[in-house]
Write a protein that binds this ligand. Structure first.
Ligand code: SAM
Ligand code: MD0
Ligand code: SF4
Length: 369
């Protein structure tokens, strides 16, 4: 599917849903579907413009940027879409030392990121029985070394690990459901528990961490599945919501699937912005590299993620090499793209005050009336 003319009735229906969304009215599932189906060039322009105006009303002209440290590519899981799935024995994996992780995090901080995201596969060295002390210690050491907030993306951890991770200094917990269609989830994440994965976000928030939820685009989901996900992501109360196009990976069961059309991701980003106006929405460099940044910002995203220092032997997730060694995923490169837009990077204190306000909200809602 690409930019194409749509019938006048369909365009009219989507146009009405857009007006309603812009007015701040709640949309039915059917109306969200009709927004997610917009492909008519004129209406697409209006949709993206509305998303940018909504971002501006809520965040002014500031956007944020996150450094990404994928510190272990070992994994016990076998997700069908992922290059790092356990069954892919044709790849060289790495596990960075604590010292390396600290150096990488401080160098990202020095380069100007607003947050460092510590991400790993479900590495059996760190997912060891129910003992998460090693991960907790690592988070504590990085937190001591950097001033910027930390996000962790360790996969699924037990409920009782959350307070320790939070106390060690994790501000955010990211864990993406990929889809909220349970049948599709079982195909994408075989032998993984849908409820336990969904609970990660809830457990993180009850322990006082902010949470991020996300979906993949182009993994066999329908437009109605996407619409339902947009609703569920809102209901969960997470402060960051993402949509990332699926990129087929060699040596995986989904290697021969079609590449998702990036336009579908852009439309989903714009609809998420309209329905969840004050949430953070990533423009990930991990899908199209730096050349995909502008279109994602134009669709209403406001956090540039997957900034990776070059020449450090680090990988991306969906695009393990794209733009990394050449220094394409750096704050400097981002600045040069932003120079051509109406937005600019926020100051570190703007970001810090945004999230400390959210954490206060979380704490008061957890404390109850
Ligand atoms: N191992 C942890 C987990 O799976 O939650 C943390 C890694 S997390 C950053 C990996 C995320 O990258 C997945 O949840 C998925 O959304 C995304 N991803 C992985 N492979 C992808 C692919 N081939 N195309 C697009 N996104 C992908
Ligand atoms: C990104 N490659 O932001 C990273 C990753 C994990 N929290 C984030 C998917 O695109
Ligand atoms: Fe492991 Fe995460 Fe990849 Fe699944 S998505 S195989 S859990 S690294």
């Amino acid at each position: 599917m690409t930019y194409r003319r749509q019938s006048p009735i369909v365009v009219h229906r989507s146009g009405r849903a857009l007006e309603k969304a812009m007015g701040g009215d709640e949309l039915s599932l059917e109306e969200i579907c009709s927004l997610l189906s917009v492909r008519d060039p004129v209406l697409l322009d209006e949709l993206f413009q509305a998303a940018r105006a909504t971002r501006e009303r809520n965040f002014g002209d500031s956007v944020f940027c996150y450094g990404f440290v994928y510190f272990s590519t070992h994994c016990r899981n076998d997700c069908s879409f992922c290059f790092y799935r356990r069954s892919n024995q044709k790849i060289t994996r790495y596990r960075k030392t604590d010292e390396d992780i600290i150096d990488l995090s401080t160098s990202l901080e020095d380069s100007g990121v607003h947050l460092v995201d510590l991400t790993m596969g479900e590495d059996p060295m760190l997912h060891h029985g129910n003992d998460y002390q090693r991960l907790i210690d690592l988070v504590g050491r990085v937190d001591e070394a950097v001033k910027v907030p930390l996000m962790i993306s360790p996969g699924v951890v037990p409920k009782d690990a959350f307070p320790g991770l939070k106390d060690a200094g994790a501000d955010w917990f990211a864990c993406y459901q990929e889809t909220h269609n349970r049948g599709l989830f079982a195909q994408l994440r075989p032998h993984q528990d849908y409820e336990v994965r969904l609970s990660q976000k809830k457990w993180a928030m009850s322990s006082g961490m902010l949470a991020e939820e996300g979906i993949m685009i182009g993994v066999g989901e329908s437009i109605a599945d996407r619409a339902r996900s947009v609703q569920i992501m809102g209901d969960l109360g997470v402060r960051q919501v993402r949509a990332m196009s699926f990129i087929p990976q060699c040596n995986t069961p989904m290697a021969c699937r079609d590449h998702a059309l990036f336009l579908e991701e852009l439309v989903t980003i714009a609809v998420m912005r309209l329905l969840h106006p004050d949430r953070l929405i990533p423009a990930s460099l991990d899908i199209e590299g730096i050349r995909g940044l502008r279109s994602r910002l134009d669709a209403g995203a406001n956090v540039i993620t997957s900034i990776i220092p070059p020449s450090m032997g680090l990988a991306g997730v969906a695009q393990h090499e794209l733009d990394i060694e050449g220094g394409g995923r750096t704050v400097e490169q981002i600045e040069s793209v932003l120079d051509e837009t109406d937005v600019h990077l926020a100051t570190p204190s703007e970001y810090a005050s945004l999230i400390s306000g959210w954490r206060r909200e979380l704490m008061s809602s957890e404390a109850g009336p």
